[in-house]
Design a binder for this molecule. Structure first.
Ligand code: KG4
Ligand code: ZN
Length: 342
């Protein structure tokens, strides 16, 4: 079923307001992103009510300027993130997207945020072919998924407690670094010496693909309490923490690729920006004949293009959502199905 124009995607699940226009034949026509990082920085984390208000402030002006720039008066469809995410933040995107689709009388689709992330690598160059294993490592998720096609996802493993990015953020706090903590910890780790501290590699000696980062966090806290007054020790702790996370992720990725019987691994989510993680996965991939894809950071973190993209794929298959929108702050990825239910 072809649409009469590009699909407008709206992403407001957390602390980025993202909008984009995606055309199945021409790709991403344009996009806009407003990050709330500075707004939340002084609180050391995302404040849900402030996030919602900021989405209210920025969403419609961003959509207007995007449509103007692309010379589009009426898109062929509208897709919005319906979950998972912060309820108030999701409602802003859902209500604006539904109202616009209704006023334009074009198809509307509620999109799962993680499906957006899983398929975003297809927008990169080179794009991976199906099937592949995706490692999603962000502030909210640590997930290994076998991706066989649109709506055909098998969760291989996920975290039992903290997400990898969350562990970076908490360790940053312990070390007195700012928010978001991942880049700050990574920078400090560059000055650290390897081998002075050694932290546990959570769950790598047990079979299976689940992750757990809370024990590692406690080990780091103990080291900071004992040695944190000394600047070089803080850098050494950051280094040892980063190495523990990277090795844990590497071991699980290796197992996941073997378990799924594929030779392609895609890494997405903010932690995918970590240099040490990139280098060790690429080195392993080159050794073991696994193609490792790191889409550009702008596609890995939250954005409107990934929602417009999934929306366009599913709308083209005839899938539609009703005008009476709902949001799903908790929405298991395992509930997703291929278009048509197959
Ligand atoms: O995907 P993302 O931008 O947002 C969501 O969580 O949805 O991921 C943000 C997370 C934060 O926890 C941040 O600390 C982490 O990614 N991060 C990093 C790096 N850059 C961002 N972690 C480690 N090393 C980095 N270079
Ligand atoms: Zn996300």
């Amino acid at each position: 079923m072809s649409l009469e124009g590009p699909v407008l995607g709206v992403e407001t699940s957390c602390d980025e307001t993202g909008v984009a226009l995606f055309d199945p034949r021409r790709g991403v026509l344009g996009e806009r992103l407003h990050s709330q990082v500075a707004l939340h920085a002084e609180y050391g984390g995302v404040v849900p009510e402030l996030a919602s208000r900021d989405h209210v402030r920025y969403l419609t002006p961003l959509i207007r300027s995007l449509l103007t720039e692309c010379g589009v008066e009426r898109p062929g469809g509208v897709a919005y993130t319906a979950g998972p995410g912060l309820a108030g933040a999701l409602l802003v995107g859902a209500s604006v997207a539904s109202a616009l689709a209704w006023s334009w009388q074009v198809p509307l689709l509620a999109v799962h945020h993680m499906e957006g992330h899983l398929l975003a690598p297809l927008l990169g160059e080179p794009a991976p072919e199906f099937p592949f294993v995706a490692l999603l490592v962000s502030g909210g998720h640590t997930l290994l998924v076998a991706v066989e096609g649109l709506g055909r996802y098998r969760i291989l493993g996920e975290t039992l407690d903290d997400a990898a990015g969350e562990a970076f953020d908490k360790v940053a706090k312990m070390l007195g670094l700012g928010y978001p903590g991942g880049p700050a910890v990574a920078e400090l780790a560059e000055r650290g010496c390897a081998g002075r501290f050694r932290f546990p590699r959570p769950m790598i000696d047990r079979p299976g693909l689940a992750f757990s980062f809370s024990g590692l966090k406690t080990a780091v806290l103990n080291a900071v309490e004992a040695h944190g007054g000394e600047p070089q020790a803080r850098a050494d702790i950051a280094r040892a923490f980063e190495e523990a996370v990277v090795e844990t992720l590497l071991v699980k990725c290796r197992r996941a690729v073997a378990a799924a019987g594929v030779d392609r691994l895609v890494v997405a989510g903010g932690v995918g920006a970590n240099r040490r993680l990139r280098e060790s996965l690429l080195a392993w991939g080159a050794r073991d004949g696994v193609a490792v894809f790191f889409p550009p950071p702008a596609l890995c973190t939250d954005n409107g293009a990934m929602i417009a993209h999934v929306g366009a794929l599913r709308l083209a298959e005839g899938e539609r959502s009703g005008w009476a929108f709902t949001v799903r702050p908790r929405w298991p990825l395992s509930e997703l199905r291929p278009p048509g239910g197959g």
